[in-house]
Design a protein around this ligand. Structure first.
Ligand code: NAD
Ligand code: TDX
Length: 346
């Protein structure tokens, strides 16, 4: 008779050591928490600690599972030994804000293009599995009344320096797969919300404006549509692709969360018991994309992924509660962030 023993198997047999670039940022730090909570993997975070990062977002994690290396993804000497020491790279690091890319595109080219190139060269040299985190903005935008949504086959048509740099980085990944056999996958996700998002971004900017007793600020006519997904759902989707995705494939990530900006702002105002028309209408963003919408059927059918956060009002209420409870984190960033916006008429 074979004796029955209970063995605890690590959930990730092939990716026990993961390098997460940009792991001190909004979405990257959520992914690191997700990895620690759901697997036995050890994580090295490589992050330059730019203005958008927060070491605090990693503070609660166990030091025997997660270590932070401060450095630039565009520096091969930094990247090379870190990539050599892991089973997989999950690449989040980026300059991520469209408005910043309109005032100064240079860091977007350096980090998003040269940084991705540098990581790919290291992944090629050491034959390390690579997952590239990208955005739906590479596809440009849709009209408000267009029944179509973005799919993996939608042609690339980026509008801003940010989205063009992300589009270029996606093309680099595909070329490194085809020309050099790098074992890579790509995901393009829609707009994320949740805790630890820098207050320059739409939802936390409006929440913190209302907490400060000011009015939320809407660009243009406020009718632009974004397809919101909770960052925790983004993390579970990236994990599914890392574990089960087919090499060379792209997966779109979305949770059927289309809302206009004015609908989101009204929901925030309602939450605080403020009149729904208490809105400051400000100068529109140059080249402002009208609508993003994701068709995520491939990810759901092929990899069995499902989002958990499908009640936007509930997710928003949790996010508002988080910003209320974490004023000490965002308050020091507020004056500088708003001064930057004021200079642009936003
Ligand atoms: P973020 O700006 O909050 O964080 C980016 C992180 O990257 C920061 O910690 C920053 O310090 C780090 N970083 C920047 N330049 C670096 C460099 N040269 N070397 C090392 N680290 C560097 O961004 P985010 O919103 O968390 O986005 C993460 C990724 O997800 C990006 O690649 C972005 O394009 C993608 N994405 C974001 C969204 C969204 O809604 N925010 C949606 C889809 C895809
Ligand atoms: O104060 C504001 N008022 C306003 O109306 C701000 C900051 C934004 N907006 C609008 C612009 C967009 O239509 O809100 C929408 C969302 O703006 P952002 O938060 O800047 O996001 P977006 O430009 O859509 O890009 C985001 O999603 C895709 C992320 O920043 C990117 O990193 C990601 O790739």
């Amino acid at each position: 008779m074979i004796p029955f023993t209970c063995v605890r198997l690590p959930r990730l047999s092939l990716v026990n050591r993961i390098l997460v670039t940009g792991g001190a940022g909004f979405i990257g730090s959520n992914f690191v928490h997700h990895v620690v909570a759901t697997t036995d993997a050890e994580v090295t975070v490589l992050d330059k600690l730019t203005y958008a990062s927060s070491e605090e977002s990693l503070a609660a994690l166990p030091s025997d599972r997660v270590r932070l290396v401060v450095g630039d993804i565009a520096d091969f000497d930094t990247v090379d030994p870190l990539v050599a020491a892991v089973d997989a790279v999950v690449h989040y690091a980026a300059e991520s804000h469209n408005d910043n890319s309109l005032s100064d595109p240079a860091p977007f080219i350096k980090t998003n293009l040269v940084g991705t190139f540098t990581l790919l060269e290291a992944a090629r040299k050491h034959d390390v599995r690579f997952h590239h985190v990208s955005t739906d903005e590479v596809y440009g935008d849709l009209e408000l009344d267009d029944p179509k949504r973005f799919t993996e086959d939608t042609p690339y048509q980026p509008s801003s320096p940010y989205s063009a740099s992300k589009a270029g980085s996606d093309h680099l990944v595909r070329a490194w797969v085809r020309s050099f056999g790098v074992r890579a996958t790509i995901s393009n996700c829609s707009n994320n919300y949740g805790p630890w998002q820098h207050i320059e971004k739409f939802i936390p900017r409006q929440i913190t404006e209302v907490i400060e007793g000011r009015r939320p600020r809407l660009y243009g006519d406020g009718l632009n549509v974004r397809d919101w997904i909770h960052t925790e759902d983004h993390s579970s989707a990236v994990m599914a692709i890392l574990e089960r995705g087919r090499i060379g494939e792209t997966y779109l990530i979305g949770a059927d969360g289309e809302l206009s900006n004015v609908e989101v702002v009204k929901a925030i105002l309602r939450h605080f018991g403020r009149p729904e028309d208490d809105i400051e209408w400000v100068t529109d963003r140059a080249g402002h994309d009208r609508r993003y919408a994701i068709e995520s059927g491939k990810l759901r059918t092929e990899l069995g992924w499902q989002p958990k956060f499908q009640d936007f009002d509930k997710g928003l209420a949790d996010t508002i509660a988080w910003y209320q409870a974490n004023e000490a984190w965002w308050r020091p960033l507020k004056a500088e962030t708003e001064a930057k916006y004021a200079a642009k008429g936003h």
